[in-house]
Write a protein that binds this ligand. Structure first.
Ligand code: HPA
Length: 263
């Protein structure tokens, strides 16, 4: 492959911060954009700036302050706004519960698959007055190149992480019952979160490269000897979010860039 002809991508990288990541430390802000979209208002104003050498657009998924529950996030407006701001690669940061035995609190997961259990959310741009019905391919919901960049950073930083995992997207806002978690485990889910969908599918509809960077903040219901408390969740965020920030800071330059290959 001749890489000389491949243009470097200097488009800004989009970062959607979830629970525990309402702002992006280290972002040298150049401005804010309070957009209105054909799908309504995004969760918050877009924060534009630079992280290291890369332009970044940051969006707080649950608003600033953190107030919008997972089932009421306007995912369509959020993705549309990032696309409108010229973003081509998006990293969605998600707090999740762990099912897989290796994915306990403060573990970082870069999942490679999703199962969607959400309902009643605005989940597609392809509705209303259409000229033709459209069905996007969603076999591989996450961008493999973006995943590999995040994974390389996690490796270099020597953080406890997994480069695989099936993200079960649940409706919330309540957490699951122990029986639901057993069923989700039988389905093949390794982690559970409430915001992974429809975000990933909407990104795919807009042809954005999208990857998920998940921080486990609790054992899923029934997977430990205690019930889930906010204290436990806050402690895991405190322990693990600095690693997530470090991965983002190390990854933004390479995200969306062509992989360098020898001829
Ligand atoms: N289940 C679903 N979503 C979550 C969890 C969980 O245990 N923890 C954080 N988000």
């Amino acid at each position: 492959m001749n890489t000389d002809s491949v243009q470097a991508d200097d488009a800004p990288v989009g970062i959607i911060g979830g629970t525990g990541l309402t702002g992006l430390e280290g972002l040298q802000m150049t401005g804010e954009r309070d957009l209105d979209t054909p799908w309504g208002k995004p969760s918050a104003a877009l924060q534009m700036g630079t992280l290291g050498a890369r332009d970044v657009v940051f969006l707080a998924r649950h608003g600033r302050p953190h107030r919008i529950p997972p089932h009421q996030v306007n995912y369509r407006a959020n993705l549309w706004a990032l696309h409108h701001a010229g973003v081509r690669t998006v990293v969605g940061v998600n707090a999740v519960g762990g099912i897989h035995h290796a994915m306990g609190p403060a573990h970082i997961v870069i999942p490679d698959q999703i199962i969607d259990y959400t309902w009643g959310r605005g989940h597609t741009f392809f509705e209303g007055e259409l000229t033709e019905a459209t069905h996007i391919d969603f076999t591989y919901p996450y961008s493999e190149s973006a995943r590999q960049v995040l994974l390389a950073s996690a490796n270099q930083l020597k953080l406890r992480h997994s480069g695989f995992g099936v993200y079960g997207a649940t409706q919330g806002p309540r957490l699951e019952t122990a029986a639901e978690v057993e069923r989700l485990e039988r389905d093949g889910c390794h982690i559970l979160g409430m915001t992974g969908m429809p975000e990933a599918a909407l990104a795919a509809e807009l042809k954005l490269d999208y990857a998920c960077l998940a921080l486990v903040v609790n054992w899923a219901a029934g997977k430990s000897d205690h019930i889930i408390t906010m204290t436990e969740i806050e402690a895991a965020i405190e322990q693990g979010m600095s690693g997530v920030r470090a991965i983002l800071a190390r990854s933004v330059t390479a995200l969306g860039q062509p992989l360098v290959q020898s001829a």
